[in-house]
Design a protein around this ligand. Sequence first.
Ligand SMILES: [Zn+2]
Length: 293
Amino acid sequence: MKVIQKPGDKIVRPGKNNYILIIFDSCRYDSFMAAKPKTMKKLGKIEKRWSYASWTAPSHYNLLTGLLPHSSPSNVFASDYYKRDFLKYSERLGAEGIEFKSLIPKLYFPSFLKDSLGYRTHAKVSLPVLNPKTILNNGFDTYKLMEHHNDMRAMVREMKFSDDQPSFYLFNVGETHYPYALIDEPPEDWPRISGVHGVFKHLDDQVVGGKLKGKVEKFFDETKMEMLRQRQIRAVKHLDKVVEEMFDIVPKNTWITITADHGECFGEGGYFGHGPIHHDKVFEVPFVEGLLR
Ligand SMILES: [Zn+2]
């Protein structure tokens, strides 16, 4: 049984940890909490944080600069917040002396891990908007768009760790993205909603979201919105089991951060989805992390 080291605990092992950054795409904070995840909460306190962006591509770019969703502290200069935020990487990676200036000039975390700290770096992504031809694929030894958009278990099963080098994994997990479908759910059973159906095929090829008016107003049927919200909650419950399987597979001394790239609106303010939407629910994300050792 692995012991969980929580943020703030003293680093007990010199050297470098494996690091897994798991992004539940579109998973908003209250969906995560409503799912009452048993395994993921073992990592540490589940925080409500805010994403820097409202949709997948800019949010992942920001995450890969090393800036995870923020805690929005008041009376603090942004530069001081960034400085403090980067110092946490010493704890996450078990490597002393990491600070914001360590990433200068490229300011790209996978390249820093690979070139400066000797990590093997891997990305496994679910959303086509993050495909391997995008500019995000920089500093990775492997970068894969998964066969299915909703199969975190396949990512876990493909993980490989080496005794010689620490590993970094980025997982972009799609079960929590519209249509919140689990891998064993036949596509013909997925929800079909007028107005969104058209962009569904390519998921985030186009931004899902926007304020809908007029003809598609019936789209905002409260029952459907609640059904969709419940599907996202169900996806988190499912992912909690997949994370439990992952805990059993990963080596000791692996730091895991679980968060989201942005949230989602389920009818609040007349919005559905995320992207070109300015609403609190699009920025509220869960954040939990800790070390398996
Ligand atoms: Zn996203």
